[in-house]
Structure formats: C-alpha cells, structure tokens
Design a protein around this ligand. Structure first.
Ligand SMILES: Nc1ncnc2c1ncn2[C@@H]1O[C@H](COP(=O)(O)OP(=O)(O)OP(=O)(O)O)[C@@H](O)[C@H]1O
Length: 265
C-alpha cells in the first residue's frame, strides 16, 4: 500500500546550516495498517509526511503508493491518493464557503474532470449521513459558513473531508495538538471511527505518547532522521510509556529530551 525505500533528505546541503532531515528511511504499510509516529523535535516526522504527500521531493529513494512509484508526482496529482489533516484546524477547510460547499469540493477531489460538482438531493443526503458520524449536529448546519465553526468542529470537518474519498493513505500531522483536551479527545475518537469504518491505511504523527499507544496497530519512533524503533502489531498492546522511554534510552544511550513529548505523557 505504501512503501518508503531508502528516503534521504538533506536541507541546505554543503552549507553551515546543513541538516540531514531523513536518513535512509525504509517503511512499509500494508493495507489497513494504522501506524503512529513519535519522536523528539526535529526528528524528521513532518518531513517524512511531506515526502509522502509530495510537498517535498526526496534527494534519493523512492515512494510507492498502491504499487505505483509516485516519487516525482507533484502534490496536486497525489491528492487523489492521499488525504491529509494538519495541526492547524484552520488549514483544512475554506472559511468563506459553507459546510456543504466544502464537502462538495472534497467529494469532487478524485472525480474525473467533466463531472458536475453541484449538490443534488442524493448527494446532500450522503453529506448529511457522513456528518452524523461526527455527532456535532453539523448535518443540520449545511449552509453555515465554515469560518463560524469552532476549532474542534473545523478539525472534525477537515478529518471527514480528508477521508471522504477513501484515500489510499491518510496522513495525520499532530492533528489534535492545537485543541483543548476535551476537543482533542473528541477528534481522537472520530479518527478511530473514520479509520475503522473504511479500514484506511493511516500514518499519524503525534507528540502525545498515550495517544500513540491508544491508536493504531503499529508504532514507530524517529530520532535524528532515522526510524530507531518499530513496534509490531503483536507487541503494541503490551507497550507502555515507561517502556518506550526505556527503549529510547537503550537505543540512544541518553534520555528522551523533547519537552513536548515529555509534557504530553
Ligand atoms: N524547509 C526546511 N529548511 C531547512 N531545514 C528544515 C526544513 N524543514 C525542516 N528542516 C529541518 O529538518 C529537521 C526535521 O524537521 P521536521 O519538521 O521534519 O521534524 P519533526 O520531527 O516534524 O519535528 P517537530 O516535532 O518539532 O515538529 C529539523 O532539524 C528541521 O529544522
């Protein structure tokens, strides 16, 4: 479903600011895998997601989605295959458009050109049913401008829009980090539900270790551009935060120093 083959990325190569962001990253997700990604600040997590979405191109290595090499495919062409939700609840939706218009846009994302984007009765019913899953009463506010919604509501809508067309890969980039704890929990639950409903192949970056343990069937830990730990499905259930911290110390010979990671425990 997704393969990263020896992905390298160096920023500002051969300058004083040179930074190895990704150092020979290999990762494979099978259909339906939900992998949570943790790691200290600057470990390369966002860079890895940017490679998969096509926002960045690797210096070397290949990215394969559904058996197709997409390494050189521009971001807009990959959007048919990839859904993404960012940390900022304002970034996934268009504030001056209504809920229905936003959903119509998301719905038409992987449709061939020439098909009409307008909303007929059947499609409106589909939008309403999809919104009901969120339990936020948005199904009765189809004509509300998205700019009027709360951060949590907008993030729920972003999530729904990103999963609407059942993407081959769903990328979640700290998508609950900017929300207060109760809203973050709501979005976490909606994430679980939407991913399970369509068995979406998902990669989720989080600084919250508990969330990384609670969600998904596999976990990876990154540090300094490398994947330093991979926890398989069979071992994930027995994993604890203490074990993860010990593993980091064992592998790196030092304590995990990321304040944000520790604060999120
Ligand atoms: N466009 C860029 N130009 C130069 N350096 C960059 C750029 N993007 C990222 N980096 C550097 O690459 C490294 C990896 O960054 P990345 O954002 O992927 O880390 P991260 O694991 O997502 O960190 P965080 O958890 O703090 O968001 C960092 O040292 C960062 O400063």
């Amino acid at each position: 479903m997704l393969k990263l083959q020896s992905i390298n990325k160096i920023f500002n190569e051969a300058t004083a600011d040179e930074k190895i962001a990704l150092d020979h990253i290999n990762l494979e997700l099978k259909a339906g895998d939900f992998v949570t990604v943790i790691g200290s600040n600057g470990a390369g997590k966002s860079t890895m997601l940017n490679m998969i979405s096509g926002a960045l191109t690797p210096d070397s290595g290949d990215i394969v989605v559904d058996g197709k090499k997409v390494t050189k495919l521009p971001e807009f062409k990959r959007s048919e295959l990839i859904g993404r939700v960012f940390q900022d609840p304002m970034s996934g939706t268009a504030p001056t458009m209504t809920i229905e218009e936003n959903l119509a846009l998301a719905y038409s994302r992987n449709k061939k050109r020439g098909l009409k984007i307008g909303v007929d009765k059947k499609r409106r019913e589909y939008f309403k049913q999809s919104l009901e899953i969120l339990h936020l009463n948005l199904e009765n506010r189809l004509n509300a401008k998205v700019g009027m919604l709360s951060g949590g509501e907008r993030q729920a809508l972003s999530l729904l829009m990103a999963t609407f067309t059942k993407p081959s890969i769903l990328l979640l980039d700290e998508h609950t980090a900017a929300l207060d704890p109760s809203r973050a929990e709501l979005i976490t639950n909606i994430t679980k539900q939407l991913v399970e409903k369509d068995q979406l192949t998902t990669l989720m970056v989080t600084h919250n270790m508990q969330q990384a343990l609670d969600l998904g069937n596999r976990l990876i830990m990154m540090d300094k551009g490398q994947i330093i730990l991979e926890v398989k499905e069979a071992d994930k259930q027995d994993l604890t935060i203490a074990k993860l911290m010990d593993e980091f110390q064992r592998i790196r010979g030092e304590k995990l120093t990321s304040d944000r990671t520790l604060l999120s425990v």
